[in-house]
Ligand binder design. Structure first.
Ligand SMILES: *[C@@H]1O[C@H](CO)[C@@H](O)[C@H](O)[C@H]1NC(C)=O
Ligand SMILES: *[C@@H]1O[C@H](CO)[C@@H](O)[C@H](O)[C@H]1NC(C)=O
Ligand SMILES: *[C@@H]1O[C@H](CO)[C@@H](O)[C@H](O)[C@H]1NC(C)=O
Ligand SMILES: *[C@@H]1O[C@H](CO)[C@@H](O)[C@H](O)[C@H]1NC(C)=O
Ligand SMILES: *[C@@H]1O[C@H](CO)[C@@H](O)[C@H](O)[C@H]1NC(C)=O
Ligand SMILES: *[C@@H]1O[C@H](CO)[C@@H](O)[C@H](O)[C@H]1NC(C)=O
Ligand SMILES: CC(=O)N[C@H]1CO[C@H](CO)[C@@H](O)[C@@H]1O
Length: 353
């Protein structure tokens, strides 16, 4: 009798524990509808060796590999490569398919079932298609990176609704048209990169509203018109890359509106050192003397003023205050910001035009 009881209680506890073990799958983080949405994305895209591209970023070398190969229907999507779920809610909050050898038309509306995404990184693949206005439904996004693909069409105005965005990178695609004025609402933006597209129009004035901006890159587009006089007065701006566009005019006073405060003791204006570390204005159609106020940008490390029609000799004393300068590009050498260590190329004669 007692043996039977012991056996029964053993069985009971065994069963109990057994169920406990089996309970684990039911605490799967992955929400079925989110898994379906991710599998939909996987199904639409091919893995193609010719689309594999690695790159170097601030974390080091990112080597390409096909992340979506680990995406299997019967496994917890929260453990798939490139996916991060919220530990409490189990919602997918990060989709990072950077450098994943993906090729194909990307249907941005498949993202709609991933409405809790905070980070979306599809960079360095060969994705094409348009970004639809419905992307604005990803209202939690703080980071949106689709750089170095083949996306085309216009940038949707609705991106201005993604009010939590701190980083927006669409560079290295085939986007056309203007930067929507709604970008002026993205007041958390720290990084805005739209370089190497086919964007046109005047400098997007709305950007002057983005007081948290640290990096603005507009290079290799077809922007026209003048640069706004107070662009360098964005208080946190460290890098301004506007090279290889069609900007015109003189910068006589553009760069003279560097932040200043009134110093009561001196009873006059006191210039604050600007935070600018990189200023790249080369290969545009700027003309006239290089603004003397450049000498106030004392933290500059990289200065590209190549292809500048100075219409006269350059006073190199302007640069003598720039003690941090590593690269001064006054001639033809093209600057590829953040990617290449460019050789110093100072020309003491007039640049050739
Ligand atoms: C995934 O599995 C479910 C059943 O668990 C099935 O209904 C569905 O068709 C499967 N989806 C794919 C893409 O294989
Ligand atoms: C995506 O993953 C790569 C490493 O594979 C990392 O370097 C990159 O910072 C990630 N992107 C985001 C937006 O976190
Ligand atoms: C963007 O915001 C505006 C104004 O708040 C709203 O009218 C519009 O419907 C929103 N668009 C999208 C796609 O969410
Ligand atoms: C500038 O930002 C404020 C909020 O910081 C916003 O109310 C305003 O609409 C923005 N202006 C433009 C032109 O986008
Ligand atoms: C944006 O700037 C404001 C002050 O200008 C600051 O309080 C806030 O912390 C900044 N946000 C970010 C994300 O840097
Ligand atoms: C730049 O000038 C515009 C008007 O031309 C003004 O609305 C904006 O606040 C200024 N921005 C900065 C950062 O000084
Ligand atoms: C020779 C030269 O310009 N070297 C620089 C390369 O870039 C790194 C970081 O940007 C600098 O630290 C080097 O001085």
């Amino acid at each position: 009798m007692s043996t039977i009881l012991t056996t029964l209680s053993f069985l009971f506890f065994f069963t109990f524990n057994f169920q406990d073990v089996f309970a684990v799958p039911s605490t799967h983080l992955c929400h079925p509808e989110q898994r379906v949405a991710l599998l939909e994305i996987k199904k639409e895209l091919e893995i193609s060796e010719s689309s594999c591209q690695g790159y170097i970023n601030e974390n080091g070398i990112v080597s390409p590999y096909p992340k979506t190969e680990s995406w299997k229907n019967n496994t917890d999507c929260c453990y798939w490569d490139g996916i991060t779920c919220d530990a409490k809610t189990g919602k997918v909050i990060e989709l990072n398919l950077t450098s994943s050898c993906l090729y194909g038309r990307f249907h941005s509306n498949t993202l709609q079932n991933l409405g809790f995404l905070i980070v979306l990184d599809l960079s360095f693949n060969e994705l094409y298609g348009q970004i639809l206005p419905s992307v604005a439904k990803l209202s939690h996004l703080t980071s949106f990176d689709i750089s170095n693909n083949k996306f085309s069409g216009q940038i949707p105005y609705s991106i201005g609704n993604l009010s939590r965005l701190a980083a927006l990178d669409i560079s290295g695609n085939n986007f056309v048209g203007e930067i929507p004025s709604t970008f002026g609402r993205l007041n958390q933006l720290t990084y805005l990169r739209v370089g190497s597209n086919k964007l046109s129009g005047n400098f997007p004035i709305a950007i002057l509203n983005l007081t948290n901006l640290s990096v603005l890159s507009l290079y290799y587009n077809q922007f026209t018109g003048t640069l706004p006089p107070n662009i360098t007065s964005l208080p946190d701006l460290e890098y301004l890359y506007a090279d290889n566009n069609d900007f015109v005019g003189t910068l006589h006073y553009s760069l003279s509106t560097i932040p200043s405060v009134t110093n009561n003791q001196l009873d006059g204006p006191l210039l604050l050192p600007s935070k600018l570390l990189g200023l790249s204005l080369g290969s545009n159609r700027f003309r006239g003397p290089i603004p003397i106020s450049i000498s106030k940008l004392v933290n500059l490390q990289v200065l590209d003023m190549s292809h500048w029609n100075t219409q006269g000799p350059v006073d190199f004393n302007i640069f003598s205050h720039l003690k941090s300068l590593i690269t001064l590009d006054m001639v033809y050498v093209l600057l590829v910001p953040g990617r290449v260590n460019i050789s110093i190329s100072v020309s003491l004669s007039y640049p050739a035009f």
